[in-house]
Design a protein around this ligand. Structure first.
Ligand code: BTN
Length: 247
């Protein structure tokens, strides 16, 4: 994919900026919106994403790959793997993925990904892949650290510029997303390796129900299978899984 980078000083959210360009017909496959700061950076599940100027990487990539529509789940996993690979190639060790695509180091969150689509049509499916990567932060707000443990590349001993981080993230993200329609089995296997979920004891939340068991299969088409009680595994479609925690 050929990337075209659009730079902004301050935006509400780079995902919103990408959607605005899609809405006015100016957004193409491979467009990237990068901002120095965001005033209303968004995370998953309605959370905010702290976006102080010059400290983190805040970017959104527009995908308009043409038909057929991509699997949202495959997209989410591939984007997570792409950001994880970028962090490693910048010198980070000890990082892994947490469901569905947080990059974490020793349980501390380093990067988050928000994949969104609005009004997808079969002829022109469009997606926005938003990436927030903590690069230079030495500290975070008390509100954020009360919610969960967080970290940055700098805090993990990796001193890199925002430009270097951006270059690496765009490279690995584009690589992973380009091959998406072909390599789904490899993607699921790689995802299991990087999350450490293979045969892990987990609790999944589906709707309002929670189920505990051993994760025995991950199949992008069928979903995930848990051995709940030693009899036949139970399957849930991945798009129905609201949360997955290790037990
Ligand atoms: C999460 O882990 O909750 C996802 C966080 C995604 C944050 C990025 S920052 C760039 C892009 N623009 C946004 O408003 N959100 C994403």
């Amino acid at each position: 994919m050929r990337l075209r980078v659009h730079r902004h000083d301050l935006v509400d959210s780079t995902n919103e900026r990408a959607f605005a360009a899609l809405a006015n017909g100016t957004a193409g496959h491979g467009d990237v919106h990068v901002a120095r700061a965001q005033s209303a950076g968004r995370g998953r599940l309605g959370r905010a994403w702290e976006s102080a100027p010059g400290e983190g990487l805040y970017l959104s990539l527009v995908l308009r790959p043409g038909p057929p529509a991509l699997s949202a789940v495959a997209l989410t996993m591939a984007a997570g793997l792409g950001v994880l690979e970028a962090a490693r190639s910048l010198g980070l060790t000890g990082a892994r993925l947490d469901w569905p695509n947080d990059v974490v180091v020793g349980g501390r969150k380093l990067a988050g990904i928000l994949v969104e689509s609005r009004g997808v049509t079969p002829e022109d499916p469009t997606y926005v892949v938003g990436v927030g990567l903590n690069v230079a932060q030495e500290r975070f707000s008390a509100g954020l650290t009360a919610e969960r443990a967080v970290t940055s590349l700098a805090l993990e001993g990796v001193e890199v510029s925002l430009d270097a981080a951006e270059e690496r993230v765009l490279l690995t993200l584009a690589e992973r997303l380009d091959g998406l329609d072909r390599a789904t089995d490899e993607l699921a296997e790689r995802y299991l390796d990087e999350t450490g979920l293979r045969r892990a004891r987990v609790r999944v939340t589906v709707g309002d129900d929670r189920h505990e068991g051993t994760l025995v299969r991950l199949d992008l088409a069928r979903g995930l299978a848990l051995d709940v009680d030693g009899s036949d595994p139970r399957w849930w479609p991945l798009e129905h899984v609201r949360a997955l925690e290790r037990r």
